[in-house]
Write a protein that binds this ligand. Sequence first.
Ligand SMILES: O=C(O)[C@@H](CO)OP(=O)(O)O
Length: 247
Amino acid sequence: MTNKLILLRHGQSDWNQKNLFTGWVDVRLTEQGRGEAARAGELLAESGVLPDVLHTSVLSRAIQTANIALDSADRLWIPVRRSWRLNERHYGALQGLDKSETLQKYGEEQFMEWRRSFDTPPPPLDDSSEWSQSDDPRYAGIDGERPRTECLKDVVERLVPYWEGEILPDLNAGKTVLVTAHGNSLRALVKHLDGISDTDIAGLNIPTGMPLVYDINEDGTPAGAGRYLDPEAAAAGAAAVAAQGKH
Ligand SMILES: O=C(O)[C@@H](CO)OP(=O)(O)O
């Protein structure tokens, strides 16, 4: 028996639009992002993939996306769990920097190493930075684990326990699960699900606001490839993410 898992990256955020590294900075959706979230909910309703439970990060852009999508799918009433373990990758000292300026300043190799390598984190963010989360009350309970930077490997390490301990049990209870999260936390989850190598994961980009559906076996493995409900729009969205900073 399999159960349905829906992965949804938040719609376009204010800082996606401004082309800034975001990470744990708590920016909101743009009008376009709210439209993407509403369309994602319509796609769920049209395809009859209706979530029974929602898991989100603790970042507002994922929470807004879930609320808007669930509203347009008429599922606002489902139970919700939130965890920092689904947060975007902490982007360290790059948080708040312009992607094109960073590419120009450090060159393509360093830029891509920071953006897409598996195990090279950017330099850590100083607690005194205006983009630091060191005083953010939503992380009060995780002090020992509060990152100041993360590479994708770190995200896999903090996310997989949540997948195994919280999301998979919901799936195995027969529920259709919606996860609204972020470009890099969803890359980490897709890497884990699809067994993508540390090298090949560099080429995977997740578009904003596009539902990606998996059928999940009881042991947590996918029964086949994940499928975007709107594959053409998803391919165009992923290509746009890949090109960020380069024009
Ligand atoms: O800035 C970020 O936090 C992420 C997602 O928007 O960017 P990137 O795709 O460059 O990893």
